[in-house]
Design a binder for this molecule. Structure first.
Ligand code: AMP
Ligand code: ZN
Length: 116
């Protein structure tokens, strides 16, 4: 399968690893949008949030259990935002489920910058 994140999991493409276990891999985003910007991905290929189902949601639960620890490992001290872009309107660019942990600074509250 021609999937960038499956290639990172296989070790064919390098990454700056933060955490790894049997279920997931966490690594620094190549184009960080904040002082802390880590991606957490399941080792099994799930295309997006739209493909989470009864058969594979266990690994998603494992990821959610681990995210607070991964955020601390990445240097978060004062809160973070968790984002999963799903589909074209959200700008999903890699079709392998991933969760962005974003933090290390105070983040803008709104999706659209001109919102009050
Ligand atoms: P999304 O736009 O939500 O699909 O997020 C994909 C993210 O993957 C973007 O923030 C990219 O900067 C990031 N990305 C793309 N290629 C790599 C890579 N080789 N290593 C680490 N992060 C990557
Ligand atoms: Zn994949």
């Amino acid at each position: 399968m021609d999937c960038l994140f499956c290639k990172i999991i296989a070790g064919d493409i390098p990454c700056k690893k933060v955490y790894e276990d049997d279920n997931m891999l966490a690594f620094h985003d190549i184009a960080p949008e904040a002082p802390v910007h880590v991606l957490v991905i399941p080792k099994c290929h799930i295309g997006s949030m739209d493909e989470v189902n009864e058969a594979n949601s266990g690994v998603v639960a494992k990821i959610f259990e681990k995210i607070p620890e991964i955020a601390k490992m990445a240097g978060v001290k004062n809160g973070y935002r968790l984002i999963s872009n799903c589909g074209p309107d959200a700008g999903q660019s890699v079709m392998h489920l991933h969760f962005h942990i974003i933090g290390g600074t105070e983040l803008p509250l709104h999706v659209f910058p001109d919102q009050e």
